[in-house]
Design a protein around this ligand. Structure first.
Ligand code: 13P
Ligand code: SF4
Length: 353
């Protein structure tokens, strides 16, 4: 990194002292992660944001939905800053509130809406989390999707789950952790009339999966898993649950970014690992563990382009603006949305485990 920018970031952080708390998602660049007070997966960062009531500013080095969740979970006088407003998440953009309401109406028309529990992945906008809060549902992350689904299926007799926006996390959790059959899951395509499903299909399904995905994790293929197993004897395949079902089926271990890190930290020296998640994290793990053979589960470079938008220049600009007395790129959620999104987030935070 540019030494001048590093020095400026250090100076701004020192000038702000305890007034600022910097959160860094594991997919952030090294140059940014170096300045994080805490790093974590989505769940840990949500909890950390809620646990810092004394910080005047939370600088969120991550993507928009994470900063929104932090605003919902922090006090009214705390300000959440996202160093680049263009740091969104293409998966979160795949489910819009009006589309989710259309799906809800179709479930009502099919006569089953009273047994449906909506579950949204953290990777969604605040208004969608609010929809879940209002309609008896919950938020989940990749680290608690199983307990969240267990909770959802216990809420009503013959419960069905409408899960959005990530079909892969939903399917992988339902089939591989909860023991549902693949046939129990149907995919709702928001771009087609009635989701591309008949009312009978909606009545028969236990899991209605939104047709959304992560473009980064969607790149990992089962063929590369086979190739790596053939070329590196004893290799362990460790992937994020946003990967396609066919990839997760072939993996040895699956879990959130925090789980991936803990697994590598606990791994035996000399062991071999192929990791299917964003490249900044995989490279950082490979550098931190030279005694282990760590490779990326793809043949091409694959960063999350929106996570990468938070770079050192943006971070320095945000921090120096705070020092100068202006709050740049503040993320705020309106009071009504916040009220109901908080209901869904607090249900998640109260889940066992
Ligand atoms: P984690 O909750 O595992 O950190 O995942 C967040 C994310 O956006 C993965 O693509
Ligand atoms: Fe969104 Fe995928 Fe990037 Fe995660 S890795 S922030 S799901 S686009």
């Amino acid at each position: 990194s540019d030494p001048d920018l590093v020095a400026r970031a250090r100076a701004a952080k020192a000038a702000l002292g305890d007034r600022v708390f910097v959160l860094g998602h594991h997919y952030q660049r090294d140059e940014v992660i170096d300045f994080a007070d805490v790093t974590g997966d989505s769940f840990k960062l949500a909890r950390e944001a809620a646990a810092r009531p004394d910080a005047e500013f939370i600088v969120f080095c991550g993507v928009h939905f994470m900063a929104e969740s932090a605003d919902i979970l922090t006090g009214p006088d705390q300000k959440v800053v996202l160093p680049d407003l263009a740091a969104g998440c293409s998966m979160a953009d795949m489910a819009r509130l009006a589309q989710v309401e259309d799906a809800w109406d179709a479930l009502a028309d099919a006569g089953v809406v009273d047994s449906v529990v909506p579950v949204t992945y953290m990777n969604s906008s605040a208004d969608i989390k609010a929809f879940c809060g209002r309609n008896g549902g919950v938020v989940c992350t990749s680290s608690n999707a199983e307990v969240a689904l267990e909770w959802a299926f216990e809420q009503k007799p013959d419960a069905k789950v409408l899960f959005f926006p990530d079909q892969h996390l939903g399917r992988n959790t339902a089939v591989l952790k909860m023991g549902l059959a693949l046939d129990d899951c149907v995919v709702w395509n928001p771009l087609r009339p009635n989701g591309g499903l008949t009312p009978q299909q909606l009545r028969d399904a236990k899991m209605i999966l939104w047709k959304g995905h992560c473009s980064v994790h969607g790149r990992f293929s089962p063929e590369v898993v086979d190739e790596l197993r053939a070329t590196i004897p004893g290799i362990n395949i460790l992937v994020h649950p946003e990967c396609q079902h066919e990839v997760v089926l072939k993996a040895d271990l699956v879990g959130s970014t925090e789980f991936i890190i803990q697994t590598i930290e606990a791994a035996a020296p000399g062991s071999s690992w192929a990791i299917g998640t964003e490249l900044n994290l995989v490279k950082r793990l490979a550098n931190a563990h030279p005694d282990k053979n760590i490779v990326f589960l793809d043949k091409t470079v694959c960063y999350c382009s929106t996570m990468n938008r938070i770079d050192l220049p943006h971070f320095v600009w945000a921090m120096e603006s705070l020092v100068a007395g202006t709050v740049p790129n503040q993320i705020t959620v309106d009071a009504e949305t916040e009220k109901w999104a908080l209901v869904a987030l607090e249900r998640m935070l109260a889940l066992p485990g």
